[in-house]
Design a protein around this ligand. Structure first.
Ligand SMILES: Nc1nc2c(c(=O)[nH]1)N[C@H]1C(S)=C(S)[C@@H](COP(=O)(O)O)O[C@H]1N2
Ligand SMILES: [Mo]
Length: 249
């Protein structure tokens, strides 16, 4: 398991110590059980046990391993999340824009799709190499909405009702930031934040908000869920959260 947990991994923010993370992890594990996880292979069990015992120091919400997840872990700060499908899913773009817009899943699928293959890197140390994501460039949705000059940042909200994220407008316009519909050449499943999640390729995976439902242009950065709990807002992989080098493995 050590290759998955690099030396020097920054542990959770001090502010979070002693708060009921353990309960979230426990509830999340129950929710995952309901998804049908039966048994983890021994290596995964070992790693899960290691991280689980460190849960109060490592609060980004480790709640279990995904079946056939290829190394992904299931994270949710909400104990249960409603399911959305092509009929019920909506994504709104609003705030400091000229043309507030609501997209259905079909609307998003009809737009040009961009495919990126990068390493997924969670700030707690686990990593999934060469993971394909596909979706609509966020910059395209921003341009379609007509971002006003007073807008300086983007706030992301999720239909789990709890998680939030943020980017500066310059970060949000990067070509490697997607509103993702597919991962690993499959439609995004519920556990991975489907049908639509944010994908911020150059940053730690906590920036990639799952179950994305809202994109709001704001006049300043409003720190997201984990950022209010001590993680860096500018979460560049290898250059944030106390790290100064690229992760190895
Ligand atoms: N809505 C929501 N998005 C989220 C999270 C979350 O708890 N809720 N966790 C973040 C973290 S810390 C990680 S590592 C990834 C995990 O994505 P996965 O569950 O697809 O592996 O989702 C990120 N986005
Ligand atoms: Mo994470």
């Amino acid at each position: 398991m050590n290759e998955d947990v690099p030396e020097g991994v920054k542990e959770g923010p001090p502010a979070e110590r002693g708060t009921p993370v353990g309960r979230r992890v426990f509830l999340g594990t129950l929710a995952l059980g309901a998804l049908g996880v039966v048994a983890a292979p021994p290596l995964q069990r070992g790693l899960e046990g290691f991280l689980g015992s460190a849960a109060d120091k490592d609060p980004t919400g480790l709640t279990g391993l995904l079946p056939n997840g290829g190394g992904f872990r299931y994270y949710s700060v909400a104990s249960s999340v409603p399911r959305k499908n092509a009929d019920t899913y909506r994504l709104t773009v609003d705030g400091l824009v000229d043309r507030p817009t609501t997209y259905t899943l079909a609307d998003l699928e009809a737009l040009p799709q961009t495919r990126l293959v990068r390493d997924v890197q969670c700030v707690t140390g686990w990593r999934v190499p060469d993971t394909p994501f596909e979706g609509v460039r966020l910059s395209r949705l921003l341009d379609a909405a007509g971002v006003r000059p007073t807008a300086k940042a983007v706030r992301f909200t999720c239909f789990d009702g709890t998680y939030t994220e943020s980017l500066t407008l310059a970060q949000a316009r990067r070509a490697d930031v997607l509103v993702a519909l597919r991962m690993q050449d499959k439609d995004l499943g519920h556990a991975h934040g489907g049908p639509v999640r944010l994908y911020v390729a150059p940053m730690y995976f906590y920036k990639s908000a799952k179950w994305l439902s809202g994109i709001t242009l704001t006049d300043e950065v409003r720190p997201g869920y984990w950022e209010k709990r001590g993680y860096d807002i500018d979460a560049w992989v290898g250059r944030s959260n106390g790290r100064d080098d690229e992760p190895t493995s």
